[in-house]
Design a protein. Structure first.
Length: 281
């Protein structure tokens, strides 16, 4: 009887040890699997779409994203004639972003080449000033096509893809300090209709998609040293800045990158304007 009792005890001990061993192996396998999944999440680069990417702010932010390890789909009307060349992490798409077909081509290119859309920088935009009564219906059409339709078409497609991915995302647009603080002598009422519209939709979408982890922000520059102002007198441009200095492209790029990566910032209009939005100087 004693032998039988010892035998039963030994069997119980063996079974207990086997159960503990199996549990340990299972935990280790689960840990390795989680580690592999985490590694894949960390290693997989995110994919950004940049419009108006051939020069100025768009070119600057495209270069910045590539340096930070992002994949980039870069677009402008004449993208293939820019200084950029296709590369492992860069695909170029030429076309007018104000046309729905161009937006569709950009989204398809991002998904087919990189497998995801994780962010958009709506940089494409046009601007010209004249007295309010001199703006024509055609002027309004041109401004709306690029500044508003361009934003809507690509952002709708990007958001649909982000929702399908369930990984959140970021959408940033470029507006203007003059939305909040017009400057006497710079007659830009109709362009500011479009830029103000972008700020409005930024706040609306930020609330609409907050629970999905998709963030919407805007950068509102003052005067920036870009090809757009190549023919404007430097002294005049400096006078449009409270600090008496013209922002360079890198100043705006830093703000865009920050908003792209700041995971708790949404519905924000970040002014990079040397304080111009604060009032008269």
């Amino acid at each position: 009887m004693q032998f039988s009792a010892h035998s039963d005890c030994d069997n119980l001990n063996k079974e207990s040890k086997m159960t503990e061993l199996e549990s340990t192996v299972h935990q280790q396998n689960a840990a390795h699997a989680n580690a592999r999944e985490h590694k894949e999440d960390v290693v997989k680069p995110r994919t950004m779409i940049v419009t108006g990417a051939s020069r100025g702010i768009g070119a600057g932010v495209t270069n910045a994203f590539i340096k930070r390890g992002y994949n980039v789909v870069a677009n402008s009307r004449e993208m293939t004639k820019s200084a950029f060349a296709p590369a492992e992490k860069l695909v170029l798409v030429a076309g007018n972003i104000g046309e729905a077909s161009t937006a569709a081509k950009i989204a398809e290119t991002a998904i087919s080449n990189f497998g995801s859309i994780d962010g958009v920088v709506n940089n494409a935009g046009i601007f010209f000033s004249k007295p309010f009564t001199d703006y024509t219906a055609r002027d309004f059409e041109l401004l709306s096509e690029t500044n508003l339709k361009g934003y809507i078409y690509i952002t709708q497609l990007a958001v649909k893809q982000m929702l399908a991915q369930k990984t959140g995302g970021s959408v940033t647009c470029i507006t203007s300090a003059m939305v909040e603080h017009p400057i006497a002598g710079v007659n830009a009422s109709i362009p500011m209709v479009t830029k103000g519209g972008l700020e409005a939709i930024t706040r609306s979408l930020a609330m609409e998609y907050a629970k999905d982890g998709i963030r919407f922000n805007a950068v509102a520059p003052g005067i920036v040293d870009t090809p757009m102002h190549a023919n404007d007198p430097k002294g005049f441009l400096e006078g449009l800045s409270p600090m008496g200095m013209i922002s360079d492209v890198d100043d705006i790029v830093e703000a865009i990158v920050y908003l792209t990566e700041a995971r708790h910032v949404t519905g924000e209009v970040l002014h990079v304007d040397a304080g111009a939005h604060n009032g008269k100087w």
